[in-house]
Design a protein around this ligand. Structure first.
Ligand code: FAD
Ligand code: UDP
Length: 387
């Protein structure tokens, strides 16, 4: 084996960012990736229709971290993209997050005017309010309105997505989607909302195209790494340099304390001989259907393709570690699962040269910008350790 300074497991944004920064700092890096390609869950490619599709579900870049946007846009050109989502409530399409346009579509004019005025008076300095705050308001009308939105927007969608009633889902998950007190119909409130003109995969190709980086695809950490007596072995040789792990910790440690629960997705792509299938990039099905949402990729990067389109329906289901087709997508945050994760984390701490980063390795519901920001920190820690 070549003498690598760092082995990085996983070529998603966590692993690719760390590998890129360490390679630039003159470290020899080996990336191990079990899939057939780099990019992690951000991987996109052109399908038979010529449509750029996201293999692991629709991904939209948005952030308030200037350093993250500057970093990514140093690799490829980005174009402004403001994401809007429509929700199908009993057959009517309304903006999500639920805003004043949605309110006007769901209530008669008199009631809508009354509710809008009341909300503006009660929340004079707030444009985005938590649905949970509305439902717990001291004001009876606001409470009733909050309950209406909860029932129509959150209950069925969340039951489909998480397999449980939203009352049992961590508040931080529900609070990702607020209620908007105004007509703003953007899904995200972040300063930087852009998409890479030619897709996400091209970013990874540019990040990892470095003479200090080698990549081994089709290689699982479980097959090449062993952990014994507080030592790490790579292909049966003791490895005393740095290991960065971005996969699932329970899998790495052979499910020693039991499996960490995740939600997975069954992703169904459909191709149609029409220019557009639906009026918007994403339509959430809030009161009907078994799938949660339909994404139409052409909208996500303004792809000008006539007479053909590709859509994606997402069916949420339990992750099954024994099924090769099943992928762990969403960590399920609750006290019990976090306590279980902590056991694995403590085990990982026995290996001081091992660094954890990413949605799986940290068991956190991170957006991509959070993962990249975390990766900056980990790379800096590794570089500074050697100083
Ligand atoms: P991943 O991208 O999962 O990469 C981990 C990599 O490690 C994978 O390639 C995996 O194959 C590899 N790996 C794992 N275990 C091993 C092993 N044992 N051996 C070798 N390789 C291994 N974020 C946004 O900002 N905007 C969005 O719109 C958005 N939409 C999303 C939609 C969906 C459906 C999902 C599931 C997530 C979405 N996210 C979004 C979150 C985003 O995907 C993640 O934050 C980001 O991709 C996580 O990067 P990562 O490197 O931590 O993990
Ligand atoms: N959610 C909902 N209705 C919606 C959109 C979101 O109930 O129309 C809830 C659901 O529980 C979801 C969570 O809010 O899991 C977070 O939504 P987000 O769009 O951030 O999820 P992601 O894009 O990460 O799947």
């Amino acid at each position: 084996m070549k003498n690598y300074d760092v082995i990085v497991v996983g070529a998603g944004f966590a692993g690719a960012t760390i590998a890129n920064l360490l390679a630039k700092a003159n470290k020899k890096v080996l990336i191990i990736e079990k899939r057939a390609q780099i990019g992690g869950n951000m991987y996109d490619y052109k399908d038979e229709n010529g449509v750029l599709v996201h293999k692991y579900g629709p991904h939209i870049f948005h952030t308030n971290y200037k350093e993250v946007f500057d970093y990514l846009s140093s690799f490829v050109p980005f174009t402004k993209y403001e994401h809007r989502v429509l929700g199908n409530i009993d057959g009517t399409l309304v903006p999500v997050p639920f805003n004043f346009t949605s309110l006007e579509k769901c209530f008669d004019k008199e009631r809508a005017d009354y509710l809008k005025n009341k909300l503006l008076a009660l929340y004079p300095n707030q444009t985005r309010v938590s649905i949970l705050d509305l439902m717990n308001s001291d004001d009876e009308d606001v409470r009733e309105f909050g309950l209406f939105v909860y029932e129509k927007v959150f209950v069925y969608y969340t039951a489909k997505q998480w397999g449980i009633h939203p009352d049992k889902v961590d508040k931080s998950v529900i609070n990702r989607v607020p209620v908007v007190l105004g007509y703003d119909d953007l899904y995200f409130a972040d300063t930087y909302q852009y998409m890479p003109v030619e897709g996400f995969t091209k970013i990874f190709e540019a990040m990892l195209n470095h003479e200090n980086i080698d990549i081994r695809l089709h290689t699982s950490a479980r097959d090449v790494l062993k952990f014994k007596d507080d030592k790490i072995f790579f292909e049966n040789e003791e490895f005393n340099n740095i290991l960065v792990f971005t996969g699932a910790l329970d899998e790495l440690f052979d499910y020693a304390f039991g499996a960490l629960p995740y939600r997975s997705l069954r992703l169904v792509f459909e191709k149609y001989d029409v220019t557009y299938y639906q009026p918007n990039s994403v339509v959430n099905y809030l009161t009907s259907e078994d799938f949660t949402r339909i994404s139409e990729f052409k909208y996500l990067s303004n792809q000008d393709i006539k007479g053909k389109t590709t859509i994606l329906k997402e069916y949420s289901l339990k992750y099954d570690k024994d099924n090769k087709e099943s992928d762990p997508y969403y960590p399920i945050q609750n006290e019990e699962n976090i306590a279980l994760y902590d056991k694995y984390h403590n085990l990982a701490k026995q290996y001081p040269n091992m660094y954890l980063c990413g949605r799986l390795a940290e068991y956190k519901y991170y957006n991509m910008d959070m993962v990249i920001k975390k990766a900056f920190e980990v790379a800096n820690n590794i570089i500074n350790k050697d100083k």
